[in-house]
Design a protein around this ligand. Sequence first.
Ligand code: XIL
Length: 320
Amino acid sequence: GFHVGSAVAGGGHHLEQDYPDPFTYDCEYRKILGKQFSSLSPENQMKWEFIHPEPDRYAFEAADAIVDFAEENDQVVRGHTLLWHSQNPAWLEEGDFTDEELRAILRDHITTVVGRYAGRIQQWDVANEILNDDGTLRTSDNIWIRELGPGIVADAFRWAHEADPEAELYFNDYGVESVNAKSDAYLALVEELLADGVPVHGFSVQGHLSTRYGFPDDLERNLNRFAALGLGTAVTELDVRMDLPENGEPTRQQLRQQADYYGRALSACLAVEGCDSFTIWGFTDKYSWVPVFFEGEGAATVMTADYARKPAFHTLWTRL
Ligand code: XIL
């Protein structure tokens, strides 16, 4: 029951506008994606701005293609994501809606998107990044929480559960690998929701790590706190970026350190009962989001841009 996954590149703000879609046009990419992994996560293709570009129009083509590909290759899919502050279409963020209308918009979206893939998505990131680093709710930049109040989070889980009773429903965030104010707040939130009978099934850590910072040593201990509540846990977006030397080539020492981080993240997940899903945020530097989003950093995935296996690749796959 253990799944090792990758994000499926496409639609990224870091890919050139006229860049041919990797998932569609890069044969080698597709081959590795189909062979090496047993779980897929659309990197962008199920986000609001892609799947719901206009108020009355959904665009399912790209997401459909990924779900079909996954089935052809005996892979499960992690749906990403339903309630988030980022990558929402302008019509939503800049629209002038009453609270009632906004609620109906979210409900319709969740019902439509989750319903379309019902039975074909193993885990949904229902709520993505809803907390600030200090553990408070994102009340200013998350449109749903700002306009409709914190109760909307529970509703999102209920609506998703109605639309697909089989899907495991997750909270997902970054900066929650360790025991800290943010993960503490998730623990308290989840306990409260479970006590209220809200269908929450899992808690996942993204795992966007950097060799600038130490490895989060208490990852296993942190995940175990959630497992103790009966939740599933997962690592959903692992990558390990590094400061690139001037020639752009990571040193052997950097690659060793990176491999060590990947290996420790996998070990932590394997050691936790119910941590059955371990996903890397892309497998090749060719399409990684890192260089564009983190200045001076890169080389964050397990393969080079020309698909050579890095030490991190070997560290993971000697154990899988
Ligand atoms: C990133 C994608 O990788 C980029 O292609 C896109 O331009 C921006 O979003 N946390 C998440 C992911 O939950 O959805 C983000 O993905 C990375 C951080």
